[in-house]
Design a protein. Sequence first.
Length: 266
Amino acid sequence: MTWDGGTFGSSATCVLAPNADIMTLDGTNTWVLSSGSQSLVIDPGPSIESHLAAVSAVGQDVVGVLLTHHHLDHSEAAREFASAHGCGVRALDPAYRLGSEGLGAGDVVTVGSLEVHVVATPGHTADSLSFVVPSESAVLTGDTVLGRGTTVVAHPDGSLGAYLSSLDRLHALCSEQGITSIWPGHGPVIDNALGALDYYIAHRRTRLDQVRDAVATLTAQPHPEGIAADELPRRVVELVYDDVDPVLWGAAELSVRAQLAYLASS
Protein backbone atom coordinates (compact mmCIF):
# COMPACT_ATOMS: atom_id res chain seq x y z
CA MET A 1 0.00 0.00 0.00
CA THR A 2 1.29 3.43 -0.95
CA TRP A 3 0.98 6.00 1.82
CA ASP A 4 1.60 9.71 1.43
CA GLY A 5 -0.60 11.27 4.10
CA GLY A 6 -3.65 13.38 3.35
CA THR A 7 -6.77 14.81 4.98
CA PHE A 8 -8.87 12.81 7.43
CA GLY A 9 -12.15 13.60 9.13
CA SER A 10 -13.10 17.25 9.38
CA SER A 11 -10.04 18.41 11.30
CA ALA A 12 -6.91 16.38 10.52
CA THR A 13 -4.17 16.54 7.92
CA CYS A 14 -1.21 14.18 7.88
CA VAL A 15 1.97 15.66 6.39
CA LEU A 16 4.41 12.85 5.62
CA ALA A 17 8.05 13.64 6.37
CA PRO A 18 10.61 12.65 3.71
CA ASN A 19 12.59 10.43 6.08
CA ALA A 20 11.54 6.97 4.91
CA ASP A 21 13.74 4.06 5.94
CA ILE A 22 13.40 0.51 7.21
CA MET A 23 12.44 1.74 10.72
CA THR A 24 10.23 4.73 9.85
CA LEU A 25 8.34 2.96 7.03
CA ASP A 26 7.13 5.64 4.58
CA GLY A 27 8.38 8.39 6.92
CA THR A 28 7.16 10.12 10.07
CA ASN A 29 3.52 11.24 10.13
CA THR A 30 3.17 14.83 11.32
CA TRP A 31 -0.45 15.47 12.24
CA VAL A 32 -2.08 18.90 12.02
CA LEU A 33 -5.39 19.26 13.88
CA SER A 34 -7.31 22.38 12.95
CA SER A 35 -10.43 24.13 14.19
CA GLY A 36 -11.43 27.46 12.75
CA SER A 37 -8.26 29.39 12.00
CA GLN A 38 -6.08 27.66 14.62
CA SER A 39 -4.06 24.44 14.60
CA LEU A 40 -2.21 22.03 16.86
CA VAL A 41 0.76 20.15 15.41
CA ILE A 42 1.53 16.64 16.65
CA ASP A 43 5.12 15.44 16.18
CA PRO A 44 6.76 17.99 13.85
CA GLY A 45 9.28 15.28 12.99
CA PRO A 46 12.79 15.70 11.61
CA SER A 47 14.45 19.04 10.99
CA ILE A 48 13.96 19.09 7.23
CA GLU A 49 13.19 22.52 5.82
CA SER A 50 10.82 21.33 3.08
CA HIS A 51 8.83 19.24 5.57
CA LEU A 52 8.45 22.06 8.10
CA ALA A 53 7.38 24.41 5.32
CA ALA A 54 4.72 21.90 4.25
CA VAL A 55 3.47 21.60 7.83
CA SER A 56 3.36 25.39 8.20
CA ALA A 57 1.37 25.69 4.99
CA VAL A 58 -1.33 23.43 6.48
CA GLY A 59 -1.35 24.82 10.02
CA GLN A 60 -0.77 28.52 9.45
CA ASP A 61 -1.91 29.73 12.90
CA VAL A 62 -0.23 27.12 15.08
CA VAL A 63 -1.08 27.58 18.76
CA GLY A 64 0.77 24.56 20.14
CA VAL A 65 2.98 21.55 19.45
CA LEU A 66 2.40 18.19 21.15
CA LEU A 67 4.78 15.22 21.23
CA THR A 68 3.77 11.57 21.40
CA HIS A 69 7.30 10.66 22.58
CA HIS A 70 10.91 11.80 22.43
CA HIS A 71 12.40 9.79 19.55
CA LEU A 72 14.14 12.17 17.16
CA ASP A 73 12.15 11.23 14.08
CA HIS A 74 9.16 12.71 15.95
CA SER A 75 10.69 15.42 18.12
CA GLU A 76 13.84 16.76 16.47
CA ALA A 77 12.19 19.83 14.89
CA ALA A 78 9.72 20.53 17.72
CA ARG A 79 11.52 23.48 19.36
CA GLU A 80 12.59 24.93 16.02
CA PHE A 81 9.08 24.71 14.60
CA ALA A 82 7.35 26.02 17.73
CA SER A 83 9.75 28.95 18.05
CA ALA A 84 9.04 29.93 14.46
CA HIS A 85 5.32 29.98 15.24
CA GLY A 86 5.60 31.65 18.64
CA CYS A 87 4.06 28.76 20.58
CA GLY A 88 5.17 26.12 23.07
CA VAL A 89 6.01 22.43 22.93
CA ARG A 90 4.12 20.20 25.34
CA ALA A 91 5.55 16.75 26.15
CA LEU A 92 5.58 14.29 29.03
CA ASP A 93 9.37 14.50 29.34
CA PRO A 94 10.36 17.99 30.58
CA ALA A 95 13.55 17.83 28.52
CA TYR A 96 11.54 18.14 25.32
CA ARG A 97 9.23 20.98 26.35
CA LEU A 98 9.34 24.58 25.25
CA GLY A 99 7.52 26.75 27.76
CA SER A 100 6.10 25.93 31.16
CA GLU A 101 3.25 23.58 30.20
CA GLY A 102 3.76 19.86 30.43
CA LEU A 103 1.55 17.08 29.14
CA GLY A 104 0.19 14.01 30.87
CA ALA A 105 -2.62 11.52 31.25
CA GLY A 106 -6.02 13.14 31.71
CA ASP A 107 -5.05 16.48 30.19
CA VAL A 108 -7.41 17.97 27.63
CA VAL A 109 -5.86 20.27 25.03
CA THR A 110 -8.19 22.49 23.04
CA VAL A 111 -7.83 24.24 19.73
CA GLY A 112 -10.89 26.23 18.76
CA SER A 113 -13.83 23.92 19.44
CA LEU A 114 -11.72 20.76 19.08
CA GLU A 115 -10.72 18.73 22.14
CA VAL A 116 -7.69 16.44 22.33
CA HIS A 117 -7.63 14.04 25.30
CA VAL A 118 -4.26 12.76 26.52
CA VAL A 119 -3.83 9.06 27.36
CA ALA A 120 -0.69 7.55 28.92
CA THR A 121 0.52 4.68 26.72
CA PRO A 122 4.06 3.86 27.90
CA GLY A 123 5.88 0.81 26.57
CA HIS A 124 7.44 1.72 23.25
CA THR A 125 9.18 4.38 25.34
CA ALA A 126 8.59 5.44 28.91
CA ASP A 127 7.18 8.80 27.79
CA SER A 128 4.80 7.56 25.07
CA LEU A 129 1.41 9.29 24.93
CA SER A 130 -1.65 8.87 22.73
CA PHE A 131 -4.20 11.54 21.86
CA VAL A 132 -7.92 10.88 21.52
CA VAL A 133 -9.98 13.20 19.32
CA PRO A 134 -13.55 12.35 20.39
CA SER A 135 -15.25 14.40 17.67
CA GLU A 136 -13.42 12.32 15.04
CA SER A 137 -13.76 8.95 16.83
CA ALA A 138 -9.99 8.71 16.36
CA VAL A 139 -6.86 8.20 18.41
CA LEU A 140 -3.34 9.32 17.50
CA THR A 141 -1.01 6.58 18.72
CA GLY A 142 2.50 7.75 17.81
CA ASP A 143 4.62 4.59 17.69
CA THR A 144 2.45 2.61 20.12
CA VAL A 145 0.41 1.29 17.18
CA LEU A 146 1.72 1.63 13.62
CA GLY A 147 -0.25 1.72 10.41
CA ARG A 148 1.74 -1.22 9.07
CA GLY A 149 3.61 -3.97 10.89
CA THR A 150 4.30 -3.88 14.63
CA THR A 151 6.35 -1.58 16.82
CA VAL A 152 9.58 -2.04 18.75
CA VAL A 153 9.54 -1.98 22.53
CA ALA A 154 12.79 -0.08 22.89
CA HIS A 155 14.49 -1.71 25.89
CA PRO A 156 15.65 -0.44 28.35
CA ASP A 157 13.61 2.77 27.98
CA GLY A 158 10.62 0.74 26.85
CA SER A 159 8.90 -1.94 28.92
CA LEU A 160 6.86 -4.89 27.68
CA GLY A 161 4.70 -4.98 30.81
CA ALA A 162 3.83 -1.31 30.38
CA TYR A 163 3.27 -1.83 26.66
CA LEU A 164 0.82 -4.71 27.16
CA SER A 165 -1.08 -2.60 29.69
CA SER A 166 -1.16 0.29 27.22
CA LEU A 167 -2.60 -1.93 24.49
CA ASP A 168 -5.29 -3.13 26.90
CA ARG A 169 -5.99 0.48 27.91
CA LEU A 170 -6.38 1.57 24.30
CA HIS A 171 -8.60 -1.41 23.53
CA ALA A 172 -10.91 -0.62 26.45
CA LEU A 173 -10.97 3.05 25.55
CA CYS A 174 -11.82 2.37 21.89
CA SER A 175 -14.56 -0.05 22.90
CA GLU A 176 -16.09 2.24 25.53
CA GLN A 177 -15.86 5.48 23.54
CA GLY A 178 -16.64 4.12 20.07
CA ILE A 179 -13.24 5.05 18.64
CA THR A 180 -12.97 3.55 15.19
CA SER A 181 -9.84 5.05 13.61
CA ILE A 182 -6.15 4.97 14.51
CA TRP A 183 -4.00 7.82 13.22
CA PRO A 184 -0.49 6.40 13.70
CA GLY A 185 2.98 7.92 13.82
CA HIS A 186 4.08 5.85 10.81
CA GLY A 187 2.15 4.16 8.02
CA PRO A 188 -1.44 4.49 6.85
CA VAL A 189 -4.55 5.29 8.85
CA ILE A 190 -6.31 2.25 10.32
CA ASP A 191 -10.11 2.27 10.02
CA ASN A 192 -10.69 -0.71 12.34
CA ALA A 193 -9.16 0.32 15.65
CA LEU A 194 -10.39 -2.64 17.68
CA GLY A 195 -9.31 -5.12 15.02
CA ALA A 196 -5.82 -3.64 14.93
CA LEU A 197 -5.53 -3.71 18.71
CA ASP A 198 -6.77 -7.31 18.84
CA TYR A 199 -4.01 -8.21 16.38
CA TYR A 200 -1.34 -6.30 18.33
CA ILE A 201 -2.30 -7.94 21.62
CA ALA A 202 -2.40 -11.44 20.10
CA HIS A 203 0.91 -10.85 18.28
CA ARG A 204 2.67 -9.79 21.48
CA ARG A 205 1.37 -12.79 23.39
CA THR A 206 2.45 -15.13 20.58
CA ARG A 207 5.93 -13.59 20.43
CA LEU A 208 6.24 -13.89 24.20
CA ASP A 209 5.41 -17.60 24.02
CA GLN A 210 7.97 -18.01 21.22
CA VAL A 211 10.66 -16.28 23.25
CA ARG A 212 9.85 -18.39 26.30
CA ASP A 213 10.13 -21.57 24.19
CA ALA A 214 13.38 -20.37 22.57
CA VAL A 215 14.96 -19.75 25.97
CA ALA A 216 13.91 -23.22 27.12
CA THR A 217 15.40 -24.77 23.97
CA LEU A 218 18.67 -22.87 24.24
CA THR A 219 19.19 -23.55 27.94
CA ALA A 220 18.32 -27.24 27.57
CA GLN A 221 21.02 -27.82 24.95
CA PRO A 222 24.55 -28.70 26.11
CA HIS A 223 26.81 -25.68 25.79
CA PRO A 224 30.38 -26.45 26.90
CA GLU A 225 31.05 -22.81 27.66
CA GLY A 226 27.46 -21.89 28.47
CA ILE A 227 25.54 -18.98 26.94
CA ALA A 228 26.62 -15.58 28.19
CA ALA A 229 23.74 -13.49 29.51
CA ASP A 230 24.45 -10.77 26.96
CA GLU A 231 24.56 -13.31 24.14
CA LEU A 232 21.17 -14.85 24.91
CA PRO A 233 18.99 -12.11 23.31
CA ARG A 234 20.71 -12.46 19.92
CA ARG A 235 20.50 -16.25 20.07
CA VAL A 236 16.76 -15.92 20.77
CA VAL A 237 16.39 -13.53 17.82
CA GLU A 238 18.05 -16.07 15.54
CA LEU A 239 15.43 -18.66 16.54
CA VAL A 240 12.27 -16.55 16.81
CA TYR A 241 12.89 -13.99 14.06
CA ASP A 242 14.41 -16.30 11.47
CA ASP A 243 11.72 -15.22 8.98
CA VAL A 244 12.56 -11.51 9.43
CA ASP A 245 15.10 -9.59 7.35
CA PRO A 246 18.38 -9.68 9.34
CA VAL A 247 18.62 -5.92 8.79
CA LEU A 248 15.86 -5.68 11.42
CA TRP A 249 17.49 -8.02 13.92
CA GLY A 250 19.02 -5.15 15.89
CA ALA A 251 15.53 -3.73 16.50
CA ALA A 252 14.21 -7.23 17.19
CA GLU A 253 16.91 -7.72 19.81
CA LEU A 254 15.67 -4.62 21.67
CA SER A 255 12.21 -6.19 21.82
CA VAL A 256 13.64 -9.56 22.88
CA ARG A 257 15.55 -7.89 25.71
CA ALA A 258 12.27 -6.30 26.82
CA GLN A 259 10.55 -9.69 26.63
CA LEU A 260 13.28 -11.39 28.65
CA ALA A 261 13.06 -8.67 31.29
CA TYR A 262 9.29 -9.16 31.42
CA LEU A 263 9.62 -12.96 31.76
CA ALA A 264 12.22 -12.56 34.49
CA SER A 265 9.89 -10.35 36.51
CA SER A 266 6.74 -12.43 35.98
